[in-house]
Design a protein around this ligand. Structure first.
Ligand code: PRP
Ligand code: MG
Length: 179
């Protein structure tokens, strides 16, 4: 059988033009998740990169970052921290506003989600404008954590998002880069 890699992973994403708004080409990870092989490939590529590194927790971004991040945390034998959209977390939170490709939003984290000095791996499915990932990194930093790396499947190199995250001093790792 053919050996699958990051190119195949990108191909497996479903591209939906003009959704949720005209001009947006939505990249849908559900075909990857539906496939036992591709879902494993995705998680295993990330496990391969991070196993053996000093990581205290994986933080995932609501909602698609939860799916990838939780599987990764489980495999790395560390806990999982949900960074949620506004109003979903029941305990004390800190909030961070950010601009989205389509609109504006707020993400939140529980104030006791991590210990100061914790080495946190931040995970989402993709980076477009970088707003979501940057807001997540900012929340971790505000609680005294260190973002070991921000990881995603996909980065759009025609958008400034990836560079914006790196310029803010957050190391960014993406499996696939697309124009
Ligand atoms: C999408 C995607 C990333 C973010 C990337 O999430 O899952 O989290 O946008 O865009 P950015 O780099 O411009 O911030 P979305 O907010 O659509 O919500 P979802 O994950 O809950 O589907
Ligand atoms: Mg998202």
């Amino acid at each position: 059988p053919e050996v699958m890699g990051v190119e195949a992973l990108f191909e497996k994403m479903r591209k939906i033009p003009d959704w949720p708004e005209k001009g947006i080409l939505f990249h849908d990870i559900t075909p990857i998740l539906q496939s036992p092989q591709y879902f494993r490939l995705l998680v295993d590529l990330l496990v391969y990169r991070y196993m053996g590194q000093k990581i205290d927790a994986v933080a995932g971004l609501d909602a698609r970052g939860f799916i990838i991040g939780a599987a990764l945390a489980y495999q790395l034998n560390v806990g999982f921290i949900p960074i949620r959209k506004k109003g979903k977390l029941p305990f004390h939170t800190v909030s961070q506003k950010y601009a989205l490709e389509y609109g504006e939003a707020v993400v939140e984290i529980h104030t006791d989600a991590l210990e100061p000095g914790a080495q946190v791996l931040l995970v989402d499915d993709l980076v477009a404008t970088g707003g979501t990932m940057s807001a997540g990194a900012e929340l971790i930093r505000r609680l005294g954590g260190n973002v070991v790396e921000a990881a995603a499947i996909l980065e759009f190199t025609d958008l400034p998002g990836g560079q914006r995250i790196r310029d803010a001093g957050v190391p960014l790792f993406t499996l696939y880069q697309n124009e």
